[in-house]
Design a protein around this ligand. Structure first.
Ligand code: ATP
Ligand code: MG
Length: 576
């Protein structure tokens, strides 16, 4: 609720407009029966047509004001609701952009998607109803009660007696539907997750002939959601007739007592008619409020989910205001006794890693899969923060940097090349918005991407589909490398970025890279000894520990693990 109020309160101007509209709306609802009372009593019953005209004119006036009020109210309410949902969605987007991998693990991507789409939508619907009832109900009830007390005090007690019953009904319904509403949103998460996996993994699913199994899995979560929804609807379907029953019972009581009073001559027809209208409007606004309370659990679940995201503090602090932007050194990376465990797991993935990469050096990492290579280099651009020890880039602890200043220094090419919808040029410009066409061409040439870009229809303006799925694995890797080159960083980080290239292309690329980029530091993760044998320093990782460090020649003699890898890949001749 706090969240909803916070966002709604931003639009005070429209709230005021809405309130004005409500006054007009209530005027028409309450004014009409009052005037009708005079028509019946003073004109029809008294057989006096002369008073009719002024009353009719007044009615017309009220109608015009009332319609104006309703228009104002609807306009203001929809403006507020649309603005609120827009604000929530953009705040969600900005927030998720600041998340590190740790938060994505915590919230899960599909849950974040449900939150920005469905949860935000729930809130919009709720805000719209809330604005209507929250303003109408009090104004309507108070004015209705005042009118009733003035015209027919006995009725007042009847309405007052029914109020606790109504409130109790509302409480029971909202209390019982709350857990199901929560289950509904969680079910939606699961549907999203399965749908996403089913779509993005379609090729694999087909290749393994696994469609039936996946369909069953989806059916299960879909069925679960369906079951919960049915329960929610069942509660609603009992609640609504219940309220109407109460409603009609009241009208019957009023008619009954009223007709008796008319019989005794203590009440006139006009007043009875007006009282019924008043009571009707009071109860109706109560009912609107009741619907709001029934909607509340769902909106509250949604709001809480959104709030949890918005209020989470990213584990990686960005230091946008106070962070360091300048450093004394250029292009150095230093690990000091770094230990790291993923949140939620006890066993560290990296243990006591220490090494230094001097400016302009090439440092390579090798080790079996799962030994922690990707984890190690992701710590440098702060995809995660170290658990113990520290990492210095250009002599400054990475945690002290303004995060943009840190990441500007680094060209990171992830293990799985990630491209975006848009042209090839757009993708390359990610690292440098204002890069000229010459710069792009130059980078593509170094990355050995120029040839296949030229062959694509449109060249640099060729459009890539979602995550670059119209390119081959090796082409994606080369574009990812070109993208980093365009950025001209002082530190390059290649995470197994040559793995999808044939050895000749790999060699040409590395040769061109070294010719063109002489002063940048390079950290290279590789599986192939050939890719890294000329590195200034090679670090061998095994189960998160540094087991050896040295040049290719040194390691051949000193490290058994390295020697074994080398023997499995190189010929006798190359070994020597
Ligand atoms: N997000 C994560 N949460 C928890 N554990 C993780 C996560 N990512 C990786 N791990 C674990 O950390 C260990 C090291 O993974 P890492 O990706 O660093 O290995 P790697 O050396 O790069 O392997 P590869 O050569 O296959 O790329 C693995 O045991 C892996 O299961
Ligand atoms: Mg890896």
């Amino acid at each position: 609720m706090k969240l909803i109020i916070k966002y709604t309160w931003r639009y005070k101007k429209y709230l005021l407009l809405s309130l004005l509209g409500v006054v007009g709306f209530v005027l028409i609802q309450m004014g009409m029966p009052t005037l009708l009372k005079y028509v019946i009593n003073d004109s029809l019953m008294a057989d006096n047509p002369t008073v009719l005209l002024p009353i009719m004119l007044l009615m017309l006036g009220i109608t015009v004001v009332g319609i104006g009020g309703e228009i104002c109210m609807s306009y203001a309410n929809s403006r507020i609701a649309s603005n609120v949902i827009r604000d929530i969605r953009s705040d969600m987007f900005v927030k998720t952009q600041s998340f590190s991998h740790a938060e994505f693990n915590q919230f899960s991507v599909s849950s974040l998607l449900t939150s920005t789409t469905s949860d935000a939508y729930q809130i919009m619907i709720f805000v719209q109803s809330m604005l209507r009832s929250a303003l109408i109900t009090p104004v309507m009830t108070i004015s209705g009660f005042i009118l009733i007390i003035n015209t027919n005090p006995r009725m007042f007690w009847v309405v007052l007696g029914a109020t606790p019953l109504l409130l109790l009904g509302v409480y029971i319904v909202s209390h019982n539907s709350m857990p199901y509403s929560r289950a509904q949103q969680l079910g939606l998460d699961k549907i999203n997750l399965n749908m996403r996996e089913g779509l993005s993994g379609l090729r694999v699913i087909r290749a393994f002939g696994n469609e039936g199994f996946q369909a069953k899995r989806f059916e299960a979560v879909n069925e679960e959601y369906c079951g919960v929804s049915k329960t929610v609807f069942r509660i609603m379907s009992i609640a609504q007739p219940g309220f109407y029953l109460l409603f009609n019972a009241m009208i019957v009581i009023i008619l009954w007592t009223g007709s008796q009073a008319i019989g005794h001559g203590t009440l006139d027809v006009g007043t009875l008619n007006a009282s019924i209208e008043y009571v009707f409007h009071i109860l109706f606004s109560f009912l609107m409020m009741a619907v709001l309370f029934i909607m509340y659990p769902r909106a509250s679940v949604s709001a809480r989910r959104i709030q949890r995201v918005l209020e989470s503090t990213p584990s990686v602090q960005e230091n946008l205001e106070s962070g360091v932007t300048e450093a004394m050194e250029k292009g150095t990376v230093r690990f000091e006794n770094v230990t790291f465990s993923y949140s939620g797991s006890e066993e560290p993935v990296l243990k006591h890693i220490s090494f230094t990469a001097k400016a302009g050096e090439t440092v390579a990492f090798i080790g079996s899969t799962g030994s922690g290579k990707s984890t190690l280099i992701q710590l440098i651009p702060r995809m995660y923060d170290v658990t113990e020890g520290r990492i210095l880039v250009d002599g400054v602890d990475v945690r002290d940097y303004n995060i943009h200043a840190l990441r500007d220094r680094i060209g990171y090419i992830p293990q799985k090349a990630q491209l975006f919808t848009g042209t090839i040029a757009d993708n390359l410009r990610l690292g440098k918005r204002d890069a000229t066409r010459e710069e792009l061409e130059h980078a593509a040439e170094i990355a050995q991407a120029a040839d296949f870009i030229a062959q694509k229809e449109g060249g640099f303006d060729a459009v890539l589909s979602e995550s670059g799925s119209n390119l081959s694995g090796g082409q994606k890797q080369r574009l990812a490398i070109a993208r980093a080159i365009v950025k001209q960083p002082e530190i390059y980080i290649f995470d197994d970025s040559f793995s999808a290239l044939d050895y000749a292309t790999d060699l040409r690329l590395r040769t061109r890279l070294r010719e063109e980029i002489t002063d940048a530091t390079m950290l290279i993760v590789a599986q192939r000894i050939g890719t890294i044998r000329h590195a200034d320093k090679i670090i061998v990782l095994n189960e998160g520990e540094m087991v050896a460090e040295g040049t290719h020649q040194e390691l051949l003699n000193a490290s058994g693990i390295y020697y074994d890898i080398a023997v499995s890949q190189l010929s006798e001749e190359e070994l020597r």
